[in-house]
Design a protein around this ligand. Structure first.
Ligand code: HEC
Length: 159
């Protein structure tokens, strides 16, 4: 490399130095991409009470995904299915007031929400069949719905 000066630094030092530069550049790129994406997300305004409720739901969604992963790791398929159906699936829609909240969302956002509930119920059925790999595949469809919505929408004035 052009800038390598063998008198002052060893090859090992140079390699470490280059690795640091490359890592920094990679992190900067990821950071910039995240910011760029943020500007393209659509801002959704919800009444404050509803916003709090939705964010509480969200935190429970993440906790539920985590519990499902832990159960899958122990091959406890029925338990994984139950968490999915009760906390994320079609059965959870009433307790999450999903219908009520979806009225305040853009149509496509509500549709992604519904697709997440459906995917979670499909996962529950797959998990009950007892095979890990198809269950993981079905779980990935649930998390894909999380990602799809998060990359498209943000909520106003999150505190
Ligand atoms: C229909 C859209 C939608 C779906 C589906 C969705 N989310 Fe969210 N979620 C949001 C929005 C919008 C926010 C607020 C993000 C922002 O304003 O930056 C959010 C925020 C969150 C937060 C932060 C909560 C807080 O207290 O700040 C977590 C955690 C989260 N979501 C997890 C999940 C997980 C896990 C899933 C899937 C199982 C999921 N979400 C599915 C729309 C969605």
């Amino acid at each position: 490399m052009l800038f390598r000066c063998s008198i002052f630094i060893t090859k090992k030092d140079y390699n470490v130095f280059m690795k640091k530069i490359i890592t920094t550049l990679a992190l900067l790129t990821i950071y910039n991409t995240t910011i760029a994406q943020d500007n393209t997300r659509e801002l959704v305004k919800l009444p404050p009470m509803m916003q709090n409720h939705m964010m509480a739901n969200m935190r429970d969604h993440l906790a539920a995904i985590n519990e499902i992963q832990l159960y899958l790791a122990d091959e406890k398929m029925d338990e994984a299915a139950q968490v999915a159906e009760n906390r994320l699936g079609m059965s959870s829609m009433d307790s999450h007031k999903a219908k009520h909240m979806s009225q305040f969302m853009p149509k496509e956002m509500a549709a992604i929400g519904t697709s997440m509930h459906r995917a979670a119920s499909r996962f529950a059925l797959k998990a009950e069949e007892g095979d890990l790999l198809p269950a993981y595949k079905a779980l990935a469809q649930v998390t894909s719905a999380c990602v799809a919505c998060h990359s498209k929408y943000k909520i106003a004035n999150i505190k």
